[in-house]
Design a protein around this ligand. Structure first.
Ligand SMILES: O=C(O)CCC(=O)C(=O)O
Ligand SMILES: [Fe+2]
Length: 275
C-alpha cells in the first residue's frame, strides 16, 4: 500500500468538530484545470469504478494528495496514512430522485477512526444537481441501511452543495444519500478511502488554550438519540484520537463532558479524566 506523509492542517477544535459532526467540507480546494481534466477523464471512462484514475499523476498530486485534503486526513489518521485503493464514481444524469438513506456497506461503529470515506466533486454541485445529503452526528447512530432507507427528509440534515474542486471527508459510517436533483445535467462524484497505519496520538495542530476539561463536546444539531449520548460519543472518539482511550471514562449524571453547561460555579468539571 502507498502511504503519505505531510503536515497536519487541523486544530484541536477542528478535530473535535469532526468527531462531533462526522464530516468536514473543504470548498473549492482543487484547481480548476485539474477539475476539467478529471471531468474529461470521467467522460472517457464513465464506469462507476474508474480506479485507473489513481494511476494518473496529475490526479494523485492534486486530488488525492491535495494539500488541504491530505492535511486534514493527516490530522485525523496520523502520519504515513495509506492512500486510496479503489475509486467509485457516483455519476448521475439529472433530474433524478433521491437515493435511500444508508450507511455504506462494511461500516464499523465505535470511537476508533482507522479509515475515512472521502468525496470529490470535479464540477459544481448546486442544490438542484442533488448534492450528497449527510446527517450530522449520525456516524454514531447504528441502524441497518434497510431500516433507514424509507425515511424521507430528516430534520437537521446537511446537503453538501459546493463548487467544483470541493472535497468532503466523512466518518465512514455516517448516514447519507444522494439528494433529489430537479435540475438538468450530469453530476460526477468520486469516492475513495484513506487508512490509518500508525497508533493515534495528538499530533495535529495544538491550540495552547484548548482544554480537554472545558471543550465543547456537544453538537449543535438534532441528535435523534438519548439525551447527551452524542456528546459522550464525540468525547470518546476524541480521546481515542488522542491515544488516551484508557483514561476515558464517564462519571454519568451531571459529570464531564456535560457539566461544562451545568457546573458554572466550578473551576473544573466533575469527573473529567485525569491524563
Ligand atoms: O451520489 C451521492 O451523493 C452519494 C452516493 C452514495 O452514497 C452511494 O451510492 O453509496
Ligand atoms: Fe453511500
Amino acid at each position: 500500500m502507498k502511504t503519505h506523509t505531510c503536515q497536519p492542517t487541523l486544530t484541536d477544535t477542528q478535530v473535535l468538530g469532526f468527531c462531533k459532526q462526522g464530516f468536514l467540507l473543504l470548498k473549492a480546494v482543487v484547481p480548476d484545470e485539474i477539475n476539467r481534466s478529471a471531468i474529461a477523464f470521467l467522460d472517457k471512462n464513465p464506469s462507476h469504478e474508474p480506479t485507473e484514475i489513481l494511476l494518473e499523476d496529475w490526479f494523485v498530486d492534486n486530488v488525492i494528495l491535495n494539500p488541504q485534503a491530505a492535511g486534514a486526513v493527516r490530522s485525523l489518521l496520523g502520519q504515513n496514512f495509506g492512500l486510496p485503493i479503489v475509486m467509485s464514481n457516483h455519476r448521475v444524469i439529472c433530474p433524478s430522485p433521491a437515493q435511500n438513506w444508508h450507511r455504506d456497506g462494511n461500516s464499523k461503529h465505535g470511537p476508533a477512526l482507522n479509515y475515512l470515506q472521502v468525496f470529490y466533486y470535479p464540477e459544481d454541485c448546486s442544490l438542484d444537481l442533488g448534492p450528497t445529503e449527510l446527517l450530522p452526528g449520525s456516524h454514531f447512530l447504528f441502524s441497518l441501511s434497510k431500516h433507514m432507507g424509507h425515511y424521507g427528509g430528516i430534520q437537521g440534515s446537511f446537503r453538501a452543495a459546493a463548487p467544483a474542486g470541493s472535497i468532503f471527508i466523512t466518518v465512514y459510517s455516517i448516514w447519507h444519500r444522494r439528494s433529489a436533483a430537479s435540475g438538468k445535467g450530469r453530476r460526477n462524484l468520486l469516492k475513495y478511502n484513506y487508512w490509518r497505519t500508525e497508533s493515534p496520538r495528538r499530533d495535529w495542530i495544538h491550540e495552547p488554550d484548548f482544554d480537554l476539561a472545558t471543550a465543547n463536546y456537544k453538537l449543535d444539531a438534532p441528535t435523534f438519540r438519548e439525551q447527551f449520548r452524542d456528546c459522550n460519543d464525540a468525547a470518546e472518539m476524541f480521546f481515542w484520537l488522542l491515544g488516551k482511550s484508557d483514561a476515558f471514562h464517564l462519571t454519568g449524571g451531571q459529570g464531564w463532558p456535560l457539566n461544562r453547561y451545568v457546573g458554572k460555579y466550578m473551576d473544573r468539571p466533575y469527573g473529567v479524566p485525569t491524563e
